[in-house]
Design a protein around this ligand. Structure first.
Ligand SMILES: Cc1cc2nc3c(=O)[nH]c(=O)nc-3n(C[C@H](O)[C@H](O)[C@H](O)COP(=O)(O)O)c2cc1C
Length: 166
């Protein structure tokens, strides 16, 4: 438990996203803040994902993922998809399949659809590169939800090391 580091790293400003994955008939989605653009040509987004998430297996098998940008008033969606893994997370949420089948959330600010273009171990996470093959700005007037606005929702205070600075 390290409240200082959780508070400090909340100042690394990112948005909040729902990452959709799918393989065969299976679909899942989870909340992520470790997302950024890393290249113009080709168009690449990077995602840091904990390999223990149930979405990771589907991501590896399907080789595709979506990045749905949450709006400022969508804290409820962030909490829903950030909650414990369950097959039913998409059951009562409006979504449509992208061209690769990954879940796209039409109520979000924008979405991107990606094909996996590489991965690299990154400590307790895996850094996944996604080549963007489609995208849409759904609500140009909306403001994005910012990671620091989610407070302690992700439980990060329990994930940071105790021994920083020692
Ligand atoms: C605000 C917020 C941000 C999060 N960011 C990430 C992230 O960037 N990467 C990650 O692997 N998990 C992140 N999580 C945790 C996952 O969303 C959470 O563990 C989820 O239950 C995983 O779902 P799954 O097991 O169904 O794949 C975040 C959670 C919240 C609430």
């Amino acid at each position: 438990m390290n409240a200082f580091l959780a508070n400090l790293f909340r100042r690394v400003t990112t948005g909040v996203y729902v990452i959709g994955v799918g393989y065969g008939e299976l679909r899942n989605a989870f909340t992520a803040a470790f997302v950024m653009q890393v290249s113009y040509d080709p168009l690449l987004l990077a995602l840091g994902i904990n390999p223990r998430h149930s979405s990771f297996g589907l991501l590896k098998q399907g080789g595709v993922f979506s990045v749905n940008v949450l709006k400022r008033d969508q804290l409820g969606l962030a909490a829903h998809f950030g909650g414990r893994a369950s097959a039913a997370k998409l059951a009562h949420i409006a979504w449509t399949p992208g061209r690769t089948g990954v879940p796209l959330l039409p109520q979000c600010l924008a979405w991107f659809e990606c094909e996996m273009a590489g991965e690299h171990p990154a400590g307790d996470h895996v850094l996944v590169l996604g080549k963007v093959i489609a995208g849409e700005l759904v609500d140009a007037g909306a403001e994005a939800l910012i990671y620091s606005d989610t407070g302690a929702m992700d439980g990060a205070v329990d994930l940071f090391p105790d021994d920083f600075g020692n």
